[in-house]
Design a protein around this ligand. Structure first.
Ligand SMILES: Cc1cc2nc3c(=O)[nH]c(=O)nc-3n(C[C@H](O)[C@H](O)[C@H](O)COP(=O)(O)OP(=O)(O)OC[C@H]3O[C@@H](n4cnc5c(N)ncnc54)[C@H](O)[C@@H]3O)c2cc1C
Length: 578
């Protein structure tokens, strides 16, 4: 038997997991609320360089312009959610987005594009009744994350970079969170960070699908940890596919990356393999229909065999004037050129790509979770977007709720925050589980990953059926066993990427099982979730959402009735429409 591994122990007042929009905003707000707090950000990558917020292209939804209103943004969000969103969370999102965008500009120094009259330029995004997406060209996330990271660096907030959180460790009686166990990826050693309060902001990310957009550091670690800690997750069947991922062949990781929505918003066309526009056969809003509708339409064209050479469809922009396209979508034009495509003057091959998880940890509007001491924000949480997230509401979500989490955690720690002793048995068991791959003979991890990609794409993807999901579930069980039999070399633990790949896959398989279970349970078609065997939406006033948790090693699923706390299906809060 190998000797027990040593654990480095640290303590801090607030521990923040993840340095996307949610994590960084939480750190800044908590510091502002109480500069004496000892705050630590632990992140799998390098602070400011990882996660999806940095990748935001299109922009940030907020009701600023004359004629728009918070109420209108709210109604778009609720309609977009197909009436599944938690309405109080959605209201918090749209209401606080106004404050947050001013904070980003006026306190943090972000430059967003402006109109000649000095007002902030807001562009059209699909599924919205008003042009309300604030942006910096089509590279908005870099502007936001760079400014946030600079401010965090300037405040002496502690950083544990290249530290991978692996377990939420409770107190021995299980009543509260004591801290988080991590792997220091630079050495391969274990670190336990004891904290009075912890924020889960690891950003979800559906990277278990063949084509996907999120950053490579994301493997649903936060959701897998939350499941192991017994926390409830809602809406897990709701995986959003962005309609236009770049399709540049199998030899490049650029395949699957997003060709932004603003292209369709500004008048871009989608053409099938016969070079014919086809959206008129699917939705009166044509290319500006919501992501779920456009993704399904493309999927249908592909299944009907009307494909481009690499198996997708085309996006066309040149009818809007190549010069104009080059100016308006500089980043996109350059990205496409890198892959040999001429976006401004020619056609670019695209395919739907897994983009965002609407589902996540059940949480309150002040970011508390059911586990004392644990807060959650950003893409790790569920309920804000219901069955479908509007483009532009993702970064609003992470920054709005990240800021709220920072305020709430600082206030909570002042009231009832104490350092709690961890359950040492849980620590030891978690380390044993993470050491397990070192005891197995080596095997082909890539084969497991490819098989996972294919099965999730084919069986639990854009169009689902009971038969297909069950096939997917059986395959997931086989893959789990296969992975557990595959070992990893123990010759060097520093940046042992095979080990981290193994751990990524274990988490992705677990979360895929949860997605499949929720998808099988939902026998209607809502937003991002389409069941070919149940194509109807179901009765809106009696809508329910799925809640999944792990109980004794098995997935337990319940349904909860949606509470229409602000507006009922068929009604509106807009005065002009009432
Ligand atoms: C290509 C792309 C374009 C997008 N464009 C838009 C857009 O135009 N508008 C919009 O509203 N939304 C957009 N989104 C969605 C948006 O990026 C996300 O909704 C949002 O930024 C998520 O923020 P977050 O803070 O929750 O997570 P992220 O920004 O993803 O941050 C997660 C952090 O957690 C860290 N982490 C992960 N696992 C661990 C672990 N085990 N331990 C420690 N740290 C960990 C990561 O390294 C990262 O730092 C886009 C997404 C992508 C992928």
């Amino acid at each position: 038997m190998s000797a027990p591994r040593e654990i480095t122990r640290i303590s801090t007042d607030l521990l923040i997991l993840g340095s996307g929009g949610a994590g960084l905003f939480a750190a800044l707000h908590a510091h502002q609320a109480n500069p004496k707090l000892d705050i630590t950000i632990a992140v799998k990558g390098l602070l400011g360089k990882c996660g999806c917020t940095r990748m935001v292209q299109g922009g940030y939804n907020v009701a600023l312009a004359e004629g728009d209103s918070v109420e209108r943004h709210f109604m778009d969000t609720i309609e977009g959610s197909k009436w599944l969103a938690n309405q109080d969370l959605a209201w918090t999102l749209v209401d606080k987005a106004v404050e947050r965008i001013h904070e980003l500009e006026n306190e943090l120094g972000c430059f967003f594009d402006r109109n000649p009259d000095g007002t902030v330029h807001q562009k059209a995004f699909a599924g919205q009744t008003f042009d309300r997406t604030v942006h910096k060209g089509d590279l908005t996330g870099i502007e936001i994350i760079n400014r946030l990271a600079e401010q965090v660096w300037a405040r002496g907030i502690n950083r544990l970079e290249e530290h991978r959180a692996i377990e939420l460790v409770k107190t021995p009686d299980g009543s509260a969170l004591a801290g988080v166990l991590m792997i220091d990826m630079r050495t391969g050693g274990y670190t336990f960070v004891q904290a009075k309060a912890v924020l889960l902001a690891t950003g979800g990310g559906p990277t278990m699908y063949k084509y996907h957009t999120p950053s490579g550091d994301k493997s649903c670690d936060g959701l897998a940890m939350a499941l192991r800690a017994g926390l409830p997750l809602r809406d897990m069947e709701m995986v959003q596919f962005h309609p236009t991922g770049l399709l540049a062949g199998t030899g490049t990781r650029m395949t699957g990356t997003v060709i932004e929505e603003g292209l369709r918003g500004s008048g871009g066309y989608l053409l099938n393999g016969n070079k014919e526009r086809f959206m008129q056969n699917y939705d009166p809003k044509l290319e500006r229909a919501t992501r779920d509708i456009v993704s399904r339409a493309i999927d249908a064209e592909i299944r009907a065999g009307r494909t481009s050479p690499n198996g997708g469809v085309y996006i066309q922009m040149h009818h809007l004037g190549p010069e104009n396209v080059r100016k308006q979508f500089k980043g996109m034009v350059e990205r496409c050129a890198d892959c040999g495509f001429d976006l401004a003057g020619g056609l670019v091959e695209v395919v739907p790509t897994a983009h965002y998880m609407m589902g996540g940890v059940v949480f309150e509007a002040d970011c508390r979770t059911p586990l004392t001491g644990l807060f959650a924000a950003g893409e790790d949480t569920g309920g804000v977007h219901g069955a479908n997230r509007l483009g532009g509401n993702g970064v609003a979500n992470s920054t709005v709720f990240g800021g709220i989490a920072g305020d709430s955690m600082a206030a909570w720690v002042a009231r009832e925050g104490v350092l709690r002793a961890p359950d040492e048995a849980v620590l030891a068991a978690s380390i044993a589980a993470h050491e397990a791959p070192f005891a197995q003979p080596p095997g082909d991890i890539n084969a497991v990953r490819e098989a996972l990609y294919d099965l999730m794409w084919d069986e639990v993807g854009i169009s689902r059926s009971a038969q297909g999901i069950r096939r997917g579930q059986a395959r997931l069980a086989e893959l789990r066993k296969q992975l557990e039999g595959i070992g990893v070399s123990d010759s060097d633990r520093a940046f042992n990427l095979t080990w981290h790949d193994w751990l990524n896959l274990a988490n992705l398989i677990r979360v895929s099982e949860v997605i499949a279970a929720a998808a099988l349970a939902r026998e209607d078609s809502r937003g991002a979730h389409f069941r070919a065997d149940f194509p109807d939406t179901g009765d809106l006033p009696t809508s329910t959402y799925t809640v999944v948790r792990m109980q004794d090693g098995a997935i337990a699923l319940t349904r909860e009735a949606v509470q229409f706390t602000r507006v009922r299906p068929g009604q509106t809060i807009l005065k002009e429409a009432a």
